[in-house]
Every structure is written in structure tokens, then in C-alpha cells.
Write a new protein. Sequence first.
Length: 671
Amino acid sequence: MPSRFELANAIRALSMDAVQRANSGHPGMPMGMADIAEVLWNDFLQHNPLNPAWPNRDRFILSNGHGSMLQYALLHLTGYELSVEDLKQFRQLHSKTPGHPEYRLTPGVETTTGPLGQGLANAVGMAMAEAILAETFNRENHAIIDHFTYCFVGDGCLMEGISHEAGSLAGTLGLGKLIVFWDDNGISIDGKVAQWFLDDTPKRFEAYGWHVIKGIDGHNPEMVKAAILQAKANTEQPTLICCKTIIGFGAPHLAGSEKCHGSALGEAEVKGAREKLGWQYEPFVIPSEIYAAWNARAIGEKREAEWQKKWNAYQGQFPVLATELQRRLTGELPDGYLDQFAEFIETVEAKKENCATRKASQNTLDFLCERLPELFGGSADLSESNLTFTKHSTAIGPHQFKGNYIYYGVREFGMSAVMNGIALHGGFIPYGGTFLTFLDYARNAVRLAALMKIRVIFVYSHDSIGLGEDGPTHQPIEHLNILRMTPNVSLWRPCDATETAVAWDAALKRTEGPTALALTRQSVPHQVKTLKQIHNIARGGYILVECEGTPDAILIATGSEVSLAVVAAKQMQAEGFQIRVVSMPSTDVFQAQELAYQTAVLPPTVKQRVAIEAGSTHCWYQWVGREGAVLGVDRYGESAPGSKVYEALGITVDAIILTVKKVLTKNKELV
């Protein structure tokens, strides 16, 4: 039977070989954390390589994702569908072993990591999801949801500000099934971190309310094992296990140095490491007895089979709960939901209510949260402003996980990354709110949600200069276009309550990426629509106001500016102009429609177009062309009542009419 040291050396060898072959990567961390990983994966981790999606598996997150070869080596050795050839293709085009772990690409990878600290926040979200599902579905003697979340972090993860947001929240809630291993090797890319990172990390996490286990030798398997047992015994607090390690352990000249952090060791150093570690095998060669000792397929199948017996018993005793849990884990919406929501949308239209779209969103959520228990909401200390809390919301809190809402506190970045973790765990559709301008804080988590193509709903209220008195620090200008330019993000900026309801419907149906809702603070007028127009809202853009014959010009608007466009169009129609108004709440959804529909709404022959939006103009030129114009805001705002700010920045009915007439005159001159 191979020793623990030999098993860990298999990780080290595969890691340094793959990095060396690619001449790119980070060998130091995998070599330093190999002993910790060996103990965790062989003695504790509950998983099944033959079924990476087993619902009750433990979650393993590599927050310090630059050390991805550690995870790839573990997945390969334990029996996942990741071959030696895949390891040889490390960091190569279209391989299953990219530079940083990517969700959906590599079997067994739970989340995309790399931007440091976000994996930790994802782990907090996963641990939250486990706790809430367990509270909701477990019954006495039927612990059907019962697993741990393990996360590896490095010094870089803990330097990033998101580690404070996520760590503080986890400690406050008391997420006792979250266990984090700190790779305390004292090295980052620039060298010894003592020059710029002297935090007392254990005290910091103790202050958050964590159970902190200090002084663990990360190369002593028995100490690591004892620490994990101690951590698992404390189910009242998340645990930070502080593991002192040597980066690049085994490298004869580079161990303990930043020189093995982010580049290949070199042929001579790899050869020397083999000699020092006593690893006698050629690159990518693992002896059969070591493969046999690592292989987790049999034990994984056994564990899942044992759980399956519990699940069968649970189904027999609690069939309604079992059916509901299964539905939620598959991500399917309830039977009858689509018909109910279609009726709701018609009811909203019939009310003809003038209101802020943030209020319309809350009204919609009142309907949804009563019918969709998987909706899990929250806000970054702005529940009363975002209006994300509903009549059917119950907030979770410290050691209290019965609910469907969380007060995230002032943690926009942490909230967004935690939501990603909740979505990745399964069983929930998370939504969370803040002001649109604070997308700046949360941006990288939104980007990772888009990269992973997960169903997360970002609710952004106070979407324009219309928020008024808070001034330019709070008035978003470029943010709508940032979201539009982010691949896989679907942005909706509805003009009234009906469009808001349709936007929520689209967000819930969308399973291949996050959706952002941009909502007004100020009240907006209801726009009367036919059933056909209501149906066409879901196509992202539609004709709201039609004219007789071929339009002289087309106005395209979103959100609160739609009402201005409608008034301008009617005034111009009274003057004898033929003006069409297109409401385009979602440019990306409209762009995905068939060409015939797009050209019916925006005929190519009508080149006189004006787009109106109280934000950056840059993304609108694709819709108005060279002959058209964009009326927007390409400067920062002002502190004043919203209507005054609109006037000051030239987003008015008069300005729209003047712009349309200039476009018409210019095009006549061109002809």
C-alpha cells in the first residue's frame, strides 16, 4: 500500500509535469498543498467520480484557482473523466484542463475560479444553500441534504476585499459545514508577502465568528486529519484551518520562492524534484498501485448507493417533499406556472398603473415568491430601495436557515459572488438587489456568472439620472452598456409595470446565463398595449406606437425614456409627421430574434432613427446607423430633483423632437 507521501507526490509529479509541458502555469501551489489535498480527498470528501452531479456530494472549491493542476490531478487520480491525455493538454486550445478551473468544462469542477477570493464567496453561497435546503427538506431521521463545503484559499484570496465580505457574512450566519483551508505559504507573485500582508489572519477570522484552527503543518497528514475532524465536529461555526506550507515543496532550489509560483520549474529543477521526492517515474506515469489507492469510484458508488437508499425511504415517507426537492434540483419551473404568469401579466396590463418599475418589480415578486419557493432573494442593504423584499419573504439569519431572503449588508461584490455559489449548488434561483451604479463593485462576479452561464438575477434599481438628488456618484451613466457588452448577460430595462413583469418572466425562463433588471426609482406612466404587443415584449423590442404607412422616422427608447418618446411622437404626428415608437427593453433579446421580425420592427429602408436613453450612447449606433442619432448622456450627472436633471442634461420631449427634425433635415440634404 503506497504511503500518504507517495500519494501526495503523484499530485506533485502530475502538476509539475503538466506545467512543464505547457511551459505555462503555477506548479508551486499544487506541490505545496498536495499533502492537505490527499488527506481531504482520500479520508473525508464525499463524492462519486462516476456521477459528478450527485446532489448530496461534498463541494470542493479551489479559490486559489491558479493552482488548477492540483484539482485536475485530483480529478484524474480519483477516477473522473479526465485522462492523462487531458492533463498533457494543460492550458492548450479547447482542452478540458484550462489555466484556471472552469465550470461546465471539466467534470468535477464546481465553479469557475481564478479572480482571487471569489471561490471563497462561492463556497459561502454553497454552504448557505446546503443549510437552507436541509432546513426546508430534512425531517427527523431523514437527513437527505447533508454535506460539507470545502474550500482552498491562498494569501491572495485573503488580500482581496471580497474575502472580508464573504468571511464576515459566513461567520455571522454560522455556516458550520463550511471548512476553509488557508495555504499559508507566505509567497505571492511579487515575493514574500510579509512586505505587504502582515494581517493577523487567524484573529481576523475569529473576529468574524469563525472557528479558527491555527498552527497546522500542511505537510503533516496526521495534523491535517485531526484538524478536519475538529472542524467537522463544530457545526455552529465555519472553520478556517491555517496550514503552514512550503510553496513548490520538493523543488530543490525553488521551493519556498516566488520563482515557482507562476512559471514552469524548468527541466533541471523537475529532475531534481523527482530525486528529492523519491519519485522514480517518467513524466505523466503513475504506478498502478498508486492509481488503485487513489481511485474513488468504488467508494463513491457505495456512498451514493447508501444515500439512494435514504432517498428511496424519504420518497416513500414524504412523497410531496421529495417531488418538490427533485423539481428544484433539476431547475424546472412548477407545472402550471407559465399559464398562471401569463394571466398575471394580463392583469398587470389591465390595471394601467403608473408606478416606478422597482415597485412594479416588487409587485411581480409578490406573485412569484408565493408560487416559486426556489426564488431566494436579498439586497445589499437596500431592501427598502430596491424593493426586493416581498409579502412572502422570510429572512434567514444567524443559525436560522428557514427562509427565502437574506439581508446581505453593504456587500455588493460579496452578495453577487455568493449568489453565484447558491445557483451553482442547485435548488435555488437567486436574485439580489443594489443600485445600478454599484455594479462597479460587483462587476467581476457578474462577469463570472456570465462566463459560467448560470441562472442568477441581478436587480438594479435607481437606473439613471432620474434618481435625482443623490447626484453623480449614484447616477449610472455607462453601466447599461457595460452590461450589454458583457457576453451571456441579458439586460432588461422595462418602461412600465407590464414590461417589468415580462422581464421577470424572461429571467426565470433563462437557464443559460444571468439576467440583469434595470429599474427606475421614479414613477413612469403606463403604456397601453394590445395583446399582440404584450406578446411581443418578450421578443425584446416591439412597435409600441404605430403610424400610418411608412414611418418618416423611428424612435427607439428604453425604460423611463419610452414615455418621453411616446409624447414626442404624438406631438410630431399632430404636426403631420409619421413617427413610429419602438420600445426596446432588451437589445440582446431583440437581436436574437429572426431577421424577418427585426426588419418588421426596424425596416432597413427607414434610416431616420433616433434612440433615446438616459445613459451612455455608445451601444445605440448599431440600431440607428450613420443616418440616425442618439439622444443620451455621455457625461456625469447632477444633484437635483430627477426632472431637473433630465432638463439640465437635455433628455426632454423638446430635445427629442428637435433631434428627429435634424435627422430628417440631414437625410433630405443627403438625398
